[in-house]
Design a protein around this ligand. Sequence first.
Ligand code: SF4
Ligand code: FES
Length: 367
Amino acid sequence: MTPLAPPMALIAELTHRCPLQCSYCSNPLHLDAARNELQTRDWKNVLTEAARLGVLQIHFSGGEPMARPDLVELVAHASASGLYINLITSGVLLTDAMMSPLLSAGIDHIQVSFQDTQETSADRFGGYHCGHAKKLEAARRIRESGLPLTANFVIHKQNAARIREMLALGEELGAQRIEIAHTQYYGWALLNRKALLPSRAQLALVTEAVIDAQARLSGRITIDYVVPDYYAERPKACMGGWGNRFIVIAPSGKALPCHAAESIPGMVFPSVRDTTLGEIWTASDAFRKYRGTGWMPVTCRNCDRREIDWGGCRCQALALAGDAGATDPACSLSPHHHVMHEAIAAATDAALDLIPRRPGLLPAQGA
Ligand code: SF4
Ligand code: FES
């Protein structure tokens, strides 16, 4: 048997607190409360252990990681531990006063997310007045500091028409990388799917613009394109395979193979408060449950893509087929593939009210 490689990256969800309220957020519907968050010393232990385990990259994420007052201290600790540090932020809290301590602490890269290119639409979507203007300032600040910048745009029905403006904005901001990511339908995004899922015509428009830009900007700017599962014939290799490349630490300290894993009922996820990262990675039932190919249903087990996409996404299989151990319905070989077509057919009304991501704002059961 091949020995288990260490995780390539650790995603540290420092907090679920966030000044924005994006309706496509993939955070769980039940957000961790601030009082349950790991303390600074706990996070430092996690970072030290991660480096010892062989993790190469740390992604500080959330919620909004900049809502944690100890972010600079944690960046400095990660840097001293030899980790490559990426900050995934909305940018609205990235002031001049924050930029220079982050640089001194050893940050390597920052990713800023944008809701749109039109200020009114972006601010409406993020639920944050003047948020778009603050993001533009943050992106310029990052570039002026000399740090590499990734500009991330999440695509959905209500902003897809502005794809060419998004690519132009990323270029104008001097981003090294532009990420055009179709919404991934977990958490709040799944709740709002009817109002977010683009039409086939919109998808074609976005794809064409991305292909044009990839050709035009080749060698200058990398353009990543995350396609929507709902129009796919084969699923994505979610997280590069369960327990294969990533380890996610939720704000409360639970260790998860992916950000949505807690949606799977009956699973118990170990906490970094009780167990070492090494134990969690190599020996916990949660990480072993869907690792590799042994757990796969027969459709995947007999398929030559089984070690390419690893059967797709467990959380999507649960959400759409009712069974986390099923072939991902994004795969046309899945007996549940029809649910993707049904979802597309149902997502015709862009005027539907969106449910903003807000603690305690869940619709009533059955609504
Ligand atoms: Fe991937 Fe399973 Fe579909 Fe094969 S059958 S393409 S392994 S999801
Ligand atoms: Fe959980 Fe894909 S989001 S496995």
